[in-house]
Design a protein around this ligand. Sequence first.
Ligand code: SF4
Length: 454
Amino acid sequence: MSQKVAFHTLGCKLNFSETSTIGKQFLRKGFDIVDYNDHADVYVINTCTVTDNADKECRQVVRRALKNNPNGFVVVTGCYAQLRPEEIAKIDGVDAVLGSNEKFNLFDYMESFEKKDLSCIHVSPTEKLDSFHSSFSTEADNRTRAFFKVQDGCDYKCSFCTIPLARGKSRSADPETVVKEFKELLAAGYKEIILTGVNVGDYGSVLNHNHTLDHDQDYEQGHEPQINLYSLLKMMLKVEGDYRIRISSIEPNLLTDEILELTANEKRMCNHFHIPLQSGSSKILRMMQRRYRTEDYSDLIRRAAGKIDDLGIGVDVIVGFPGETEDDFIETYNFLRDLPISYLHVFTYSERPNTKAMDMEGQVDIVERKKRANMLRILSEKKRREFYERMKGKKMEVLFEYENHDGYMKGFSSNYVRIKALYNSEIINKFAQVKITEVDENICTAENLSINVH
Ligand code: SF4
């Protein structure tokens, strides 16, 4: 009988895509993948460092594994494992800790999955995190949208962030490999490809290839063509087919006018951007060591919204950063209220070891941080509702997903509006033209469905 492995992933889509790559290593070795709540021989936990209680969460997930099989071999990997290997190795029941590089060659480090008295640690230092491992994943039971990693690591130095320590320097997938894997994803039936990475907009930063790119401007100016996210998108869009491309998130200073133009003129580019802001106070942005001022951000948002029809814009924001006074927070609140954005992802600041922010003065009281986060979450609901209301009566293109929820199917439009309609298996995983008729809490209802081909 084949051995069984189960996975649990914490954190972002990038982690999910990487878990899927680790899964392939096990499949190649003849393992079956089972649910995390089932009896497995090996449990792999892919951790995150951004979550507030990485340590507590990790312990809980280890306990769950051992409840399912007390003799199960537990491997912990991911960002938290890279940053705190010794701490994790001390957790009861953990057999192996693998760093960010090692997880991609798991079987080189694990000769057997026999439990021993002491757990083993294989973690390279941060400066050795320089290789690129491509990966992609899909949401559970969803063969509609694929998360496709094209970039890893980050060279920025935001004062609150430990990701560069956990993931190393910015590096990118070779563009030809990206195009090849992109074609494979399309051939496998995925219709929406979501480009992911730690800092996707920085794509190409450390590539040094002699690729022939269709980057007219560079040629005209006599420069060697540069490889960047824009040129990668142009290469991908040369592939024929019925698909759309979404950029998972992009730093405001990297969202160039050429990407905006491309999005405005190319139907296969989703008219949706997720653009981290983090604070609406330039004072706080400086302390965060972000690379733009509030006025740069608002110019960008207004320029983008003016250029691209019905553009959906999501924004990350952190509240309670050290030194954020009530007035600074109100500045952030008003700044966001007045921008044409469609939703927020609100994060409550929490201290991370080895960050500059941890030692800053003016730490904000926890209760106050939570209060500010709640205020912004309410603002986010209001913004989303307003944006959805604007879509009422409009014709939109939706990609409906596989599940049938009480007679309804759900999906997203290109501009990231969640839409439901009466279930119709003919329309699943096809681009459907719909008309929005109603807006509820967090979803629009649509009718008049017809299949649309790009
Ligand atoms: S851009 Fe800033 S917040 Fe984002 S991963 Fe890099 S250092 Fe962290």
